[in-house]
Design a protein. Structure first.
Length: 328
């Protein structure tokens, strides 16, 4: 028993010794706990830095060329930034809205109107506009879409009023109208209405792209246009004939006047020539009167004597003697 007990004790002791040697894990566990706390602080610091960076980035805004930045605080506008650059808002309190500063083009819906001469036409136009006061635009219109809607309503109303005062021919040819440029008139009037309601936008130009006739009116209008053109052509032809007759009459008068002046001048020249010839004859014949008498007698034979002429004269007549070749 003693040996067995001693052996048994020794086994127990060995087991106890073995048990004492093995428990090193709790120490490793405590070291692990200490390391986790250390890493937890690092992770917490990284997470906090990440949150701060996110907050920093989400509250930073960039103002680009050609846009406004509207800073709001609890929905109220506190600042309007126009110059390009970086800016920051108060986290969880302020927000930003972007509004374009550049010119924008808006296609206005087609509309049917009546002209002064009771013609129904379809107008298709467009507008070039911009935001010149973003604070007023947001306060009174809310959004760009609402501002465009109000602008379209004003343009339609003004265009309908202005075109209702014009004939169809003046609308399709704006140069013929005595009221000036239609686009300038519409633009000025629309801006007055927008400024009266403080919408903060400005229309720079309103132009008519196209004017069409309703299908049911096209044929009748074409016939009216043909008749009108025929009347105009007939008027031009009548005016041309009248001008032709007037020009011909004026030309005939000038021709008659020129001929009369020429004949008068010719008569004067002839008479002057005859007078000069008579003077020369007289001057020449006065030098030999007998020769002059003989010459005059011979000249008279040309007018008095023909092939069948019979002259009965006394033989002693000087006229007959000369004719017979007898000279004194």
């Amino acid at each position: 028993m003693t040996e067995k007990d001693s052996n048994f004790v020794s086994l127990e002791e060995r087991f106890a010794l073995n048990q004492k040697k093995k428990p090193k894990k709790p120490k490793a566990k405590s070291e692990f706990v200490l390391d986790w706390k250390k890493h937890g602080k690092i992770i917490g610091g990284v997470f906090l830095a990440f949150v701060l960076i996110v907050i920093f980035l989400t509250n930073m805004y960039v103002v680009r060329e050609g846009e406004y930045k509207i800073v709001r605080q609890f929905g109220e506008i506190v600042k309007v930034v126009e110059e390009p650059g970086l800016g920051f808002t108060v986290p969880f309190v302020q927000s930003t809205t972007t509004v374009p500063k550049y010119l924008m083009n808006y296609e206005i819906s087609e509309a049917e109107i009546n002209t002064k001469d009771k013609r129904r036409i379809i107008i298709d136009n467009y507008a070039v506009w911009k935001v010149n006061n973003p604070q007023q635009m947001i306060a009174n219109a809310g959004t760009l879409i609402n501002a465009e809607s109000r602008m379209e309503e004003f343009i339609y109303s003004v265009v309908r009023t202005e075109l209702g005062r014009l004939d169809y021919s003046e609308i399709i040819n704006d140069e013929d109208t005595s009221r000036g440029s239609l686009g300038e008139q519409v633009t000025a009037r629309v801006n007055e209405l927008l400024a009266a309601d403080s919408y903060g936008i400005e229309v720079l130009d309103v132009r008519i792209k196209r004017t069409d006739l309703p299908v049911e009116n096209e044929q009748a209008v074409y016939q009216d246009m043909i008749s009108e053109r025929e009347k105009i052509a007939q008027k031009f032809l009548s005016e041309g004939d009248a001008d032709k007759r007037r020009i011909e009459a004026e030309t005939d008068r000038q021709v008659r006047e020129i001929i009369a002046n020429a004949e008068r001048e010719a008569a004067v020249i002839i008479s002057e020539g005859e007078a000069e010839a008579a003077r020369i004859y007289n001057q020449s014949f006065s030098k030999d009167p007998e020769f002059y008498n003989l010459y005059r007698t011979l000249e008279s034979y040309k007018s008095t004597i023909g092939e069948d002429t019979v002259i009965m004269l006394p033989s002693d007549s000087p006229y007959a003697q000369i004719l017979s070749g007898i000279t004194p």
